[in-house]
Design a protein around this ligand. Structure first.
Ligand code: ADP
Ligand code: MG
Length: 254
């Protein structure tokens, strides 16, 4: 966190707004996308309770790029999984785009997740038997998008992450960085409001990690809201804002 505290974050944020006039327009009249209030997530293990999240409060604006930092076991993934509607809090409220997620039925939450949330994981989670194209088509298949449109949109999404020449490759025929870019294309192909990434560079070498961070940065400059989990201060310093977690609590915000 020290690089963020020393002002690197602010300088980086200012630079990107000067460089990209679009992000200045977007930052004008910011809208709140997410509000978490009094959020707890407690696991019961044997006779004891593990508080993975303790009284978390957080607001995320549309167009933000937030890094969730903190040591292993501090609750980062638990928080991201709740944001992504993969998990529910034990208590507290989660509002997304003005809707109380806790009041939605399972079907409504699934629809919210499919249409509004894209997920990127440390270990890519690509289907090994499908090509890059097939993997990127999957969310559209679940959403009932026609075959022709799936083809076109997958090709466009793979082009946008610089993989036009790898559409017919399977994951085992791609480098780690390329696999993660396929996963990012899959995550954004439904044009979600929110892109969540849990340690997306954790399994990559430096060069590939830099590529992935540049890709996330340029997507954010184009207006994509991004929440990134990382324990790596250098990776976290690329975001516009950051929170630091410790033992289930948010202990620092900037
Ligand atoms: P991080 O992503 O920051 O490493 P996690 O959110 O994965 O942390 O975990 C936060 C805490 O919750 C840890 O103490 C972890 O052991 C505990 N935890 C996570 N998932 C479970 C689970 N399914 N059952 C019990 N405890 C869990
Ligand atoms: Mg984690």
């Amino acid at each position: 966190m020290s690089s963020i505290r020393s002002g690197t974050y602010r300088a980086a944020g200012e630079k990107s707004e000067i460089r990209n006039p679009k992000s200045e327009i977007l930052s004008f009249g910011r809208q709140r996308m997410i509000a978490l209030r009094d959020l707890w997530r407690t696991y019961h293990v044997g006779d004891s309770d593990v508080h993975a999240l303790r009284d978390v409060a957080l607001e995320i604006e549309r167009g933000d790029y937030l890094a969730v930092m903190g040591p292993s076991g501090s609750g980062k993934s638990t928080l991201l999984n709740i944001l992504g509607c993969l998990d529910r809090p034990t208590s507290g409220s989660y509002s997304f785009g003005g809707r109380d997620v806790g009041l939605l039925s399972d079907a409504e939450r699934t629809r919210l997740r499919q249409s509004e949330i894209g997920f990127v994981f440390q270990f890519f989670h690509l289907l090994p038997r499908l090509t890059a194209q097939g993997n990127v088509e999957l969310p559209m298949l679940f959403a009932g998008v026609s075959r022709t449109e799936r083809r076109q949109r997958a090709a466009r999404a793979l082009g946008a992450v610089g993989l036009s020449d790898r559409v017919h490759h399977r994951p085992d025929q791609l480098s780690g960085g390329q696999r993660q870019r396929v996963a990012i294309a899959r995550a954004v192909v439904m044009e979600p409001g929110l892109l969540l990434a849990d340690e997306p560079t954790g399994n990559l070498d430096r060069a590939a990690a830099v590529e992935v961070m540049e890709l996330l940065g340029s997507m954010n400059a184009d207006g994509q809201t991004v929440v990134l989990v990382t324990h790596d201060p250098e990776v976290g310093s690329k975001a516009r804002s950051a929170v630091r977690m410790d033992d289930g609590e948010i202990v620092e915000k900037r």
